[in-house]
Design a binder for this molecule. Structure first.
Ligand SMILES: Cc1cc2nc3c(=O)[nH]c(=O)nc-3n(C[C@H](O)[C@H](O)[C@H](O)COP(=O)(O)OP(=O)(O)OC[C@H]3O[C@@H](n4cnc5c(N)ncnc54)[C@H](O)[C@@H]3O)c2cc1C
Length: 370
């Protein structure tokens, strides 16, 4: 069903959306009508009532394979959804989840700031109490769905005395709130149809009902949710590896040089044999992580390993598969070029791969001297 939806409603328009730098809101509604935006949300809110993450995996795999990299659905369903479902009060869920599932409320999450990406503890966005309200000031950058979003989960400091990861809270900022504005739709080297934007908060008044989760426990909430975000990125990464391998296999069988198919050179066979091996070894580790995620036992370390390995492999595979296409690989009309450009960010967002190594290193009892 996902494949048919992409073929009918997305692929014919994707190049235009790449030129536009954004996808139209109607495509979100179309996906919502098919139930693609809330398979794991409770049925009472219009969701599918099926918490099995493998449904999310199918959507990721199909979207990646189709090159539908403009759709910010993964961020909405795999990343933001769990915050609303797990941390939302019954009143907040009544307010937001039906629109979330229907594709009428597009979501985003804003952690990164111009001066704080990897070092989230260094954020400067602040929410101060004023009576029962909060007043939010600051700015965020690189926010996926930044232009289209109606609801943005914003990470802000709420206790200025607290040090490190303490004193951080999550707020839901809604489209149209006074003082909330969007900056440029940022010009990227890939993911051309995805809107990635700066967001500004100038004295945005938020009622107490827009605090998400517990006050000053924002960092703990982020740590709970980040493993699923990393799995979503890892799953997209390995799906891209499969897609690039299939494209390249096809290409090297058809292209000839020195009177024989390029695929018959030992170098080509060895390159693709190595990549296929790495694909399978990685895929099977990620399948285990998906089962662990479903069982509620996925560790932050395993999620970090999956994200690190799958996205580094994606980068290596993109480079090697493009090389095997020769000059045609450098031409944007060949899909391998798009995979090369779209995939480059995967080792950067959802925590850079260097930060993944820090997490894994800590699990080995290795930390820097204080
Ligand atoms: C297309 C795109 C979409 C994004 N979407 C979102 C989004 O929806 N929401 C959101 O909040 N953010 C989003 N981001 C931001 C992304 O999460 C950050 O870019 C990322 O976390 C890195 O932060 P930074 O860019 O500030 O780099 P920096 O933190 O400045 O890092 C620069 C370099 O230093 C390295 N480094 C930093 N600290 C360490 C360390 N302790 N040890 C070793 N190396 C280190 C990094 O790994 C990196 O190589 C997006 C980014 C992009 C490009």
């Amino acid at each position: 069903m996902v494949r048919a939806f992409l073929a009918d409603a997305v692929i014919p328009h994707h190049q235009q959306w790449e030129r536009d730098g954004i996808v139209p809101r109607e495509i979100w509604k179309a996906a919502g009508e098919l139930g693609l935006l809330g398979t794991d949300m409770p049925e009472e809110y219009g969701g599918g009532g099926q918490p099995d993450f493998r449904f999310n995996v199918v959507t990721r795999e199909e979207s990646v394979r189709a090159g539908a990299s403009g759709l910010g659905f993964g961020l909405h369903t795999d990343v933001v959804g769990p915050y609303l479902r797990e941390l939302g009060t019954p009143e907040q869920k009544d307010r937001w989840l039906p629109g979330f599932c229907a594709g009428e409320l597009i979501t985003a999450i804003a952690m990164s700031e111009p001066a704080a990406g990897s070092d989230l503890q260094g954020i400067r966005t602040v929410a101060r109490r004023d009576g029962t309200d909060w007043v939010l000031d600051g700015s965020k950058t690189f926010i996926t769905n930044g232009i289209n979003s109606d609801l943005v989960i914003v990470v802000a400091k709420t206790d200025l005395e607290a040090r490190g990861s303490k004193g951080i809270s999550l707020f839901v900022v809604e489209r149209g709130m006074s003082g909330f504005s969007r900056g440029r739709n940022l010009d990227k080297i890939g993911l051309k149809a995805q809107d990635t934007a700066e967001l500004f908060f100038d004295q945005v008044r938020l009622p107490a009902e827009n605090l998400l989760g517990e006050e000053n426990q924002g960092f703990r909430h982020l740590m709970q949710m980040l493993p699923q975000e990393r799995m979503s990125v890892a799953v997209s990464g390995i799906a891209a590896v499969r897609a690039m391998l299939d494209l390249t296999l096809d290409y090297v069988k058809g292209r000839t040089a020195f009177g024989r198919p390029v695929g018959s050179f030992q170098n080509t066979r060895f390159e693709l044999a190595e990549l296929d091996t790495e694909y399978w070894v990685t895929q099977i580790f990620l399948d285990r992580c998906t089962r662990d995620l479903n069982a509620g036992t996925l560790t932050a370390t395993d999620a970090a390993m999956g994200k690190l390995w799958a996205t580094d492999l994606e980068r290596r595979a993109a480079d090697r598969c493009l090389q095997l296409h020769g000059g045609y690989g450098y031409m944007t009309e060949y899909p391998i070029a798009k995979f090369f450009l779209d995939g480059r960010v995967q080792s950067i967002y959802a925590g850079t791969n260097e930060i993944m190594k820090e997490i894994i290193g800590r699990s080995l009892g290795l930390t820097e001297p204080r």
